[in-house]
Design a protein around this ligand. Structure first.
Ligand code: UFG
Length: 334
């Protein structure tokens, strides 16, 4: 209690929901975000939900002087690092921008933390580090690598940097969180996911089709070895995911070294399962067509959630109905 956490990228989709859950758990929240893929109004929305407006710095986390200022002006106890580029397709077109941005922000942050005696670090990693593995459910121990795009490699490389940093500095506490597929929104409908342009990810595409912004969903492949031929993923409600960060930060405060946890539900839903659930829960139509497979996609991906449950004491509690309801509630407010 009374601890202060810095959330880089705290105005983004996962960052903003984590800000809410952190404030509700008693943390003082400082957000650093360059607003390159988010909006200033999100900070006020977090205040509307929680009754406390987080402290906000509009800055690039790779800019040392800006970070210095934050660490000078606040006694930061821990950092959750969300800031980073995250569009898979764009990373293939602009690999250097992805490596530069995602690695630089992390390195600058770690150096600045070191200079200010801050040791607790939670990193926003991804199940993408499991690459093309089809050995489901994915456990934290299984090999990583074989990523299919530069975005995925940045996550893989940053994990390695953090393991090395923790091995070299006995004071450091690092938690790597491998997210599965975060969807949904805060139940207030005040914050949610706002993709730039045409959505890459399934749920924002579904909500835009349901609202009539897009004509129909393209289902990328129906010849995968799954129960209905469409890709299976482990969708997790973003508020559950946010709670996972609260548990991870508490863990970091009590344990040195580097630990990795999957954050998923352990359940797999196909593309058509999700479309069907969305229609049923929200009573709206989602027209779709079957399209060719998308390059780099795997058939099935879901988490082994044992470690997060037993070590962090965290478990997702919201089902796919709540994910569909809250995603639609948010979209309708747009
Ligand atoms: N899909 C469609 N149509 C669409 C969009 C997606 O059929 O318009 C399908 C995909 O083929 C896949 C599933 O819906 O089977 C989920 O696709 P998403 O793009 O929503 O998510 P991915 O599983 O491909 O990727 C997500 C994150 C990545 C992260 C990865 C980790 O977007 O950042 O999970 O496993 F790296």
């Amino acid at each position: 209690m009374g601890r202060t956490v810095l959330l880089t990228g705290g105005a983004g989709f996962i960052g903003s929901h984590t800000a809410v859950q952190m404030i509700e758990a008693g943390y003082e929240v400082v957000i650093a975000d360059d607003l390159s893929n988010s909006e200033r109004s999100v900070v006020e929305r977090i205040g509307e939900i929680t009754g406390t407006i987080p402290i906000f710095y509009e800055c690039d986390v790779a800019h040392k002087a800006s970070l210095e200022q934050i660490f000078r002006e606040h006694k930061i106890d821990g950092v959750v690092h969300f800031a980073g580029f995250k569009a898979v397709g764009e990373s293939v077109e602009k690999p250097l921008a992805y490596y530069r941005n995602n690695l630089d922000t992390t390195l600058t942050l770690l150096e600045t933390m070191g200079e200010h005696g801050v040791h607790d670090f939670v990193f926003s990693s991804s199940a993408t580090v499991y690459g093309m593995s089809e050995d489901v459910p994915f456990t934290e121990e299984q090999p990583t690598g074989g990523c299919t795009n530069p975005y995925g490699w940045t996550k893989y490389m940053i994990e390695q940097i953090l393991r090395d940093a923790a091995a070299a500095d006995p004071a450091l506490s690092v938690v790597l969180l491998r997210y599965f597929n975060p969807i949904g929104a805060h139940e207030s409908g005040l914050i949610g996911e706002k993709p730039n342009g045409i959505p890459n990810n399934l749920m924002p595409y579904i909500t835009q089709v349901a609202q009539g912004i897009r004509e129909q969903l393209s289902v990328f492949g129906n010849d995968y070895p799954t129960h209905d031929g469409t890709g299976v993923r482990d969708y997790i409600h973003v508020v559950d995911l946010a709670d996972g960060h609260v548990a991870a930060l508490r863990y970091a405060a009590e344990h040195k070294g580097c630990e990795v946890f999957n954050l998923g539900t352990g359940n797999g839903y196909s593309v058509l399962d999700l479309v069907e659930a969305f229609r049923e829960v929200n009573h709206v139509d989602v027209p779709y067509e079957i399209a060719p497979r998308r390059a780099g996609d795997i058939a099935t991906c879901y988490a082994d959630t044992q470690k997060a449950e037993s070590v962090l004491g965290w478990k997702a509690s919201r089902g796919v109905e709540e994910m569909c309801r809250d995603a639609w509630n948010w979209q309708k407010n747009q």
